[in-house]
Design a protein around this ligand. Structure first.
Ligand SMILES: [Zn+2]
Length: 216
């Protein structure tokens, strides 16, 4: 089962101290969707992997609330202008990930990292039963993964095939079959090791021809 515990955090933007719930342990007994969304049995851990300061709205993982956080005056300005007005207690998982993606973008993080946060926002929307917001975040995640794939060294060579597949799967789940097929068709050219990556090729073919919701 997923276990949570209270942790004490200090916001590096406004210095507010607050308590948040964090994941101690979780599981993947709930299966894995074909967009790599792993499901836990019991409580879903995703919303508890991101923390939000309810005074200024700054959001991120636990390490983003430590000395390691990259907090510049420009970032502070963005947070006060754009996140503080909508910050509140009890933000949903998708709202927290959306804020964390904005923070990562303002910190000029790698597109790949921002894309991962947007993908997780979409996954949270699935549990929040918000189909419209789910599509919105899937689109934004697809564009960011595309940006990462286009940039020089934005994605490790051995990860290009799987991320190319994922972009196809994101477009498929948005309902854009043409873009989905286009990305699934690019998978073979991104393969570097036929043996270990055969499953990616199989997944791309399957999702193009006879899509499934779950792996396995
Ligand atoms: Zn704060």
């Amino acid at each position: 089962m997923t276990t949570l515990q209270q942790i004490d955090l200090r916001c590096p933007v406004c210095d507010t101290r607050f308590r948040s719930q964090a994941v101690v342990s979780t599981n993947s007994f709930g299966g894995k969707r074909t967009d790599f969304h792993e499901r836990a049995a019991g409580t879903q851990p995703l919303p508890y992997l991101i923390h939000t300061c309810n005074r200024c709205g700054y959001s991120g993982a636990e390490r983003d609330f430590t000395e390691e956080a990259d907090v510049t005056p420009t970032l502070k300005e963005h947070v006060w202008n754009e996140l503080a007005p909508v910050a509140s207690t009890g933000m949903t998982g998708s709202e927290k990930y959306e804020a964390a993606a904005k923070v990562a973008d303002w910190q000029s993080s790698e597109p790949r990292h921002v894309a991962d946060l947007l993908l997780r926002a979409a996954w949270c929307c699935v549990d929040e039963n918000d189909v419209e917001a789910e599509r919105f975040f899937r689109r934004k995640a697809a564009w960011k993964f595309e940006e990462a794939l286009e940039s020089f060294d934005g994605v490790a060579r051995e990860e290009r095939a799987v991320l190319t597949y994922l972009v196809g799967e994101l477009w498929r789940r948005v309902g854009d079959g043409a873009q989905a097929s286009d990305w699934f068709d690019r998978v073979p050219a991104e393969m570097i090791d036929p043996e270990s990556q055969q499953w990616v090729l199989d997944a791309a073919r399957q999702q193009r021809e006879c899509p499934r919701e779950w792996f396995g």
